[in-house]
Design a binder for this molecule. Structure first.
Ligand SMILES: [Ca+2]
Ligand SMILES: [Ca+2]
Ligand SMILES: [Ca+2]
Ligand SMILES: [Ca+2]
Length: 344
């Protein structure tokens, strides 16, 4: 007969092991909105939030859920005095997931106010099943009601409970992944006169805004507020505009410390961070100057094209392009070579 205190101790150990196993979910799945912050200026302004799923937060960009997705069930919660989603027409479920059970469309609810829920699965009519491998679950168009200055969260959670044993996120193998889901909230910032390029609404355009934009470039889902060039795409062009534009940071690609000049200090800054060619995630001041999330030789290309190395601050107004000093050098060498060949 084992000692009862031993059994108690063993039970505690087993329970804590179970607890830690739950805590250390190896394959965490992130569910979040496309922007950490939505900046608006007052009542009537629209926030269009795409709902995203990322099957591997350790890798750059958005990764599909391993084994694909069979179903998803979530809701967005907000203060109904500060925002509204007037009708179901403002909720779009990704076409591939726009089914509920065996029929279409997905289950969408905009009641009670302050809550939008989506519950959808792939079409079960397809043989074999076409599992969802994408990153966008749907989108919600909300109207801000709050006046400046204000801020309020948009939180995410599992969808409305439809019954016992209900699973929300089920993968292509029919396994519930609910225990692996981590919801990340976003925020709406209502600013009096939001500055262009102030993507986090903190009142200044700075390195955090560059990080937000770089993060958005990597997702490849083009969040609206980050499209500074207005071409409906969020890519390097938008980052370049944020860095170089006179109405934005008005500096050079390569100005890692954002002091307005691209000098050896910036090289020291990024090389001290020690991420060159490591493949590890790097930020602007760690050498990622093209927004792909890592620091490698390609970051020097943009800096070279930007042409700001050791030339001082960028002029406030776009000057007439002058021939690059390297062109002068090339012309000079050609001249010398020509002279030498003539003198032989
Ligand atoms: Ca900012
Ligand atoms: Ca753009
Ligand atoms: Ca600098
Ligand atoms: Ca890079």
């Amino acid at each position: 007969m084992p000692n009862p205190s031993f059994i108690r101790a063993a039970a505690v150990v087993l329970a804590s092991l179970g607890y830690f196993a739950k805590q250390c979910v190896a394959d965490e799945i992130i569910v979040r909105l496309d922007q950490p912050v939505y900046v608006v200026s007052g009542p009537g302004d629209v926030v269009t939030a795409q709902v995203l799923i990322d099957g591997n937060a350790d890798r750059q960009g958005l990764q599909p859920v391993s084994d694909g997705l069979f179903s998803a069930g979530l809701k967005i919660l907000f203060d109904d005095r500060k925002a509204t989603v007037d009708s179901k027409a403002n909720v779009i479920v990704k076409r591939e997931l726009d089914y509920f059970g065996f029929s279409a469309p997905a289950l969408v609810s905009t009641t009670p106010s302050g809550e939008v829920s989506i519950h959808g699965n792939i079409s079960q009519a397809d043989v074999p099943l076409k599992l969802y491998q994408g990153s966008v679950l749907g989108s919600v168009r909300m109207t801000n009601r709050a006046t400046a200055v204000d801020r309020y969260p948009l939180t995410l959670d599992f969808g409305r409970n439809l019954g016992p044993n209900e699973d929300f996120f089920v993968d292509g193998k029919g396994i519930t992944r609910d225990a692996s889901i981590r919801f990340i909230p976003s925020e709406v910032v209502v600013a009096e006169a939001p500055a262009q390029g102030d993507l986090d609404g903190d009142g200044t355009v700075g390195v955090q805004d560059i990080e937000l934009l770089s993060g958005a470039v990597q997702t490849r889902i083009d969040p609206g507020q980050y499209d500074l060039t207005g071409d409906n795409q969020v890519n390097y062009d938008d980052l370049q505009l944020l860095i170089e534009g006179p109405e934005y940071l008005n500096t050079w690609i390569g100005d890692a410390d954002l002091d307005g000049q691209f000098t050896t200090t910036d090289f020291v800054t990024v090389f001290v961070a020690g991420l060159y060619e490591t493949g590890s995630p790097a930020s602007w001041n760690q050498g990622d100057w093209n927004g792909d999330g890592i620091f490698d030789t390609s970051d020097f290309v943009g800096a070279f094209v930007s042409g700001g190395y050791e030339v001082g601050p960028r002029p406030a107004v776009a000057a007439v392009p002058e021939p690059n000093s390297l062109i002068f050098l090339a012309v000079g060498l050609l001249f010398l070579w020509h002279r030498r060949s003539l003198s032989i």
